[in-house]
Design a protein around this ligand. Sequence first.
Ligand code: AMP
Ligand code: MG
Length: 486
Amino acid sequence: MSVFSTEYSYQQLPEILFAKCQPTAVAAPEWLAFNHSLADELGIPAQYHASEAGLKLFSGNDLPEWCQPIAQAYAGHQFANYVPRLGDGRALLLAEVISNNGQRYDLQLKGAGPTPFSRGGDGRSPLGPVIREYLLSEAMHALGVPTTRALAAVSTGESVYRDEPQPGAILCRVAKSHIRIGTFQYVAALNDRQLLMEFTDYVINRHYPQCQSQPQPYLALLAAVIAAQAATVAHWMSLGFIHGVMNTDNMTISGETIDYGPCAFMEAYDEKAVFSAIDRRGRYAYGNQPAIALWNLTRLAEALLPLLHSDQQQAIALATSALEEFSSLYQHNYRQKMATKLGITAPAPEDDPLIARLLQLLQQDQVDFSLFFRQLSQQDPATAAELFNDKRNWQSWLNSWQVRTSEQSLTSEQRIIVMQQANPALIPRNHLVQRAITEATGHGDLSFFNELKNAWQHPFVSKPEYQPLTRPATAAERVNRTFCGT
Ligand code: AMP
Ligand code: MG
């Protein structure tokens, strides 16, 4: 029997970091989705599970006394431009929940009305972005990527006005915390070393307690965040995930993927792939993601400088040496992921050219990234040949791969298992997400949303009934542009 346990540790921090704020009630909330297994992990009492009491809670219409909502302050670089005050403009932290295994999680409502950080926005969210975030964040979790989760989604019965009126909705998001690089930027800009130290100690204690016993805890924190981000972004890259809006306020300290706005899964392999309608110059293109992660981490390092050393030059030298680790950490994680996709369980740097030659071929022949790797994982990898025009180079690559995999101790049956666990049969293809959004928004039909939600819980299993979800979009179905959640 689990005990439901809530805490409010963020509110113990100085008040300049947050604002107490209540949700604004909505007209006629109705259930869109409730995540029972996540609720069980968190120990959310059964009375809130897809019930009337739950609807009141997750719409923000009537919060139980264990919710003590605040909006968090943060700053951030948006497309490289610094904005000193962003903050939760359409989100409210309700409480911190201690899960059954002792992990602390934030429960946050997204779209529950304006806050002191709304900057003229309405604090609301249309249904489409709520559906997208629910589907994508849960699919990413099932794919094994560190991510925020979706606990509940409700429609509001009210319209949200963007270019045109759209049905409104509210998501309940769960994260190890919502502390971002932008939160550190906000604190650092206050120019109060004592406050920066207090906040950083809080973050170390919450996320990286092992740093406390290091000779230089603040430098150790920077190194830990660098390692976490390197691993997460390498995982994205190995799945063809494009975040789309890697602003510093959208990068968590925990390393969890956050803010599923204009994100998309790449179909045809393309280093330059961009989907986000607002990313006109391709700053956040697929292939730029590791470099942008490092750029963002450099902003974190700058924020931490006053804690790294009393002499600024020495502080910069320490930060620089920590940042220099990113590249090898990323490369190590990426090689590990990509090699596993190829059934190579003990990769070495010599495997890099094999991976690079394959990606070159995929790019040249515009081969669907996920479909290719799944086909290569089947009993007869040569079927993947049909995906290539350049048969000669494909055959040559296949030969090298077969030589490399035959050097390993795995039997071919074992290799197939390893590969199928690394190469999803199902990814959240853009046109499928779009269809779920269109049907839900257009005529309140949630059946396709529900089908995707169920299918994407088991992305590494091939089931005949989900076969239609495995293929890439046809030219007519293809969705080339995605939009922010606002
Ligand atoms: P995002 O694009 O979700 O990363 O949001 C960037 C900033 O804009 C954050 O400070 C958000 O809280 C704020 N924001 C986005 N949408 C809205 C909205 N509808 N109302 C108020 N603030 C918003
Ligand atoms: Mg954001």
